[in-house]
Ligand binder design. Sequence first.
Ligand SMILES: C[S@@+](CC[C@H](N)C(=O)[O-])C[C@H]1O[C@@H](n2cnc3c(N)ncnc32)[C@H](O)[C@@H]1O
Length: 213
Amino acid sequence: MRVDVFTLVPHAFAWLTEQQPIAGVLGRELELRLFNYRDTTPLRAGQVDDEPYGGGAGMVLRVDVVAAALDAVYGGPPAHRVVALSPQGGQLTQEVVEELAKETHLTLLSARFEGFDERIVEHLCTDSLSIGPYVLSNGDLPAMVLVDAIARRLPGALSEGSGELESFSAELGGRLEYPHYTRPAEFRGWRVPEVLLSGDHARIESWRKEHVR
Ligand SMILES: C[S@@+](CC[C@H](N)C(=O)[O-])C[C@H]1O[C@@H](n2cnc3c(N)ncnc32)[C@H](O)[C@@H]1O
């Protein structure tokens, strides 16, 4: 899968690319390309945003700047999905992640300040996604959240089985995974449930099923 991210701070993604499981699938199942709107802006001095029509605070990412960036990379409107990261978009859920992880090519657009000129979302994007009902300063963390969530669903990202029985998965009916414990078996009087120490796999399995939340 190829994911292209358009941003003003490509270097911010360096941290993400060093983390597992992304580092493990980069260059294999995942190709991540980063593009800076400033490199292709048709405006002078690297300008990418402008004052809002009608007045008010903040700056808005210009439609001609985003169109120029997409044209430079794809030579016209891309045939694949283009996602604007926006608090006004549809909510990102595990179901949406699973759906996007099946795409072969995906483009993510990040904005800052007041956000996108609405024509970008209307005419240059196929989707608009929010990572939650709160406002962040820019779309780079949301883009990283989406890349991380997608990357861990790609073949070979996780060890066998660990990606299927997870919170929000279809296998758990969208519910939350059972609790996990590790050594020590007792700490400050807090004991691990006895059944998990029993070695009785059938009992452990049914305890886990009961504790899916
Ligand atoms: C400060 S926000 C703009 C908020 C916008 N003026 C509003 O009130 O809806 C700047 C940019 O950060 C990104 N962003 C902020 N919160 C987000 C969220 N919850 N999900 C996805 N992107 C978000 C988007 O790219 C957004 O355009």
